[in-house]
Design a protein around this ligand. Structure first.
Ligand code: NAD
Ligand code: TYD
Length: 342
């Protein structure tokens, strides 16, 4: 099988590429990535020279480039990870989220239509369902839960999901969508909660916890997400949405304390800061459909996954220290220091 994976120099896309190349050594993988601040070619260094892997630098919004690439390569499937993915950045400047996440998705689907690609898979998020109250643990997101977004990020992802379903109904494009909960694991950009807190703790700097730290996320180890996407691409029903999550809800403060404990650092480093605007309280996925239809179940417990993730960040300091010394410094200054958060 020949896969065109967009956004493969980012966190989940790179893990997906590693997963594919390891599990299906006979498959071919082409990665299209713009290499924004979140994309890092060094992440892909172990696969760059493989004969069945090819990296193409480019923007999914660039129609000419995308059409040329799809025409020349004729992939069997397109899996779209490429996105602006950080909620806080979307609150600062929504416009690029609309371009990449909505327009970019439509350009890829137009190419998929034109060249009759057998499957277009959209990697989406549970954030399209909005949030759930903290005092109703019985409530979960189902595939038919109405879309009810809070941030420009989640709205742009929901916009893309709606377009994907429109291309299925109107043009018969063979699509699938996965909506996953929060991922963690190797190669996550250190602006997201878990890697940011690991990096701050290791540097003995203040750990900025938004609001009261009681917001709940449903955490999934990245490799389990990759396995779910692979199953959906190969065996999922066309035109269907699949929720992906592992019934693993934790509040932010619990996660931060766990990281500090694992690293042997003091809880005095915790610093409660101004809350995120429109901050979603709780996400929780019901993954019954993907379990019943495709037999998917997560393999990595949170206890094991978080230990492995912390160990990975300890062993790969150069990877995240390089990232944090570049453009990220300006971001941290603007989003945390200038706002008086830390
Ligand atoms: P990321 O920010 O780490 O990576 C995004 C990648 O996309 C980067 O390599 C970046 O260079 C690339 N990119 C951005 N704009 C592009 C463009 N216009 N053209 C080509 N490439 C572009 O994101 P991630 O956390 O790996 O998320 C990947 C996907 O999974 C996103 O669609 C996101 O919405 C979705 N998702 C993420 C999570 C999570 O917890 N991280 C959970 C559910 C769904
Ligand atoms: P994040 O990793 O940005 O993912 P998302 O908002 O897409 O779920 O944030 C996870 C949770 O951690 C969220 O409730 C916001 C919170 N958070 C902090 O408390 N401090 C921080 O510095 C960051 C980045 C996030």
């Amino acid at each position: 099988m020949k896969h065109l994976v967009t956004g493969g120099a980012g966190f989940i896309g790179s893990n997906y590429i590693f997963y594919l190349l390891e599990k299906y050594p006979e498959d071919k993988v082409i990665c299209l990535d713009k290499l924004t601040y979140a994309g890092n070619l060094s992440t892909l260094k172990t696969v760059l020279d493989l004969p069945n892997f090819k990296f193409v630098k480019g923007d999914i919004c660039d129609r000419e480039l995308v059409y040329d690439l799809v025409e020349n390569e004729r992939p069997d499937v397109i899996v779209n990870f490429a996105a602006e993915s950080h909620v806080d950045r979307s609150i600062e400047d929504p416009s690029i989220f609309l371009n990449t996440n909505i327009i970019g998705t439509s350009v890829l689907m137009d190419a998929a239509r034109k060249y009759e690609i057998k499957r277009f898979h959209q990697v989406s998020t549970d954030e399209v369902y909005g949030d759930l109250p903290l005092d109703r643990p019985d409530l979960l997101f189902h595939e038919d839960t109405p879309l009810h977004t809070s941030s420009p990020y989640s709205s742009s992802k929901a916009g893309a999901d709606l377009l994907v379903m429109a291309y299925y109904r109107t043009f018969g494009l063979p699509v699938t969508i996965s909506r996953c909960s929060n991922n963690y694991g190797p190669y996550q950009f250190p602006e997201k909660l878990i890697p940011l807190m690991i990096a701050k703790a290791l540097n003995e700097e203040k750990l900025p916890v938004y609001g009261d730290g009681a917001n709940v996320r449903d955490w999934l180890y990245v490799e389990d997400h990759c396995e779910a996407i692979d199953l959906i691409v190969r065996k999922g029903r066309i035109g269907e949405v699949y929720n992906v999550g592992g019934h693993n809800e934790r509040n932010n403060l619990t996660i931060v304390k766990l990281i500090l404990e694992e690293l042997g650092k003091s809880e005095d480093l915790i610093h409660f800061v101004t809350d995120r605007k429109g901050h979603d309280r709780r996400y929780a996925i019901d993954p019954t459909k993907i379990h019943n239809e495709l037999g998917w179940l997560p393999k990595t417990t949170f206890e094991k996954g978080i230990k492995e993730t912390i160990a990975w960040y300890l062993e790969h300091r150069e990877w995240w220290q390089t990232i944090m010394s570049g453009e990220y410094q300006n971001y941290y200054q603007k989003m945390y220091l200038d706002k008086g958060r830390v």
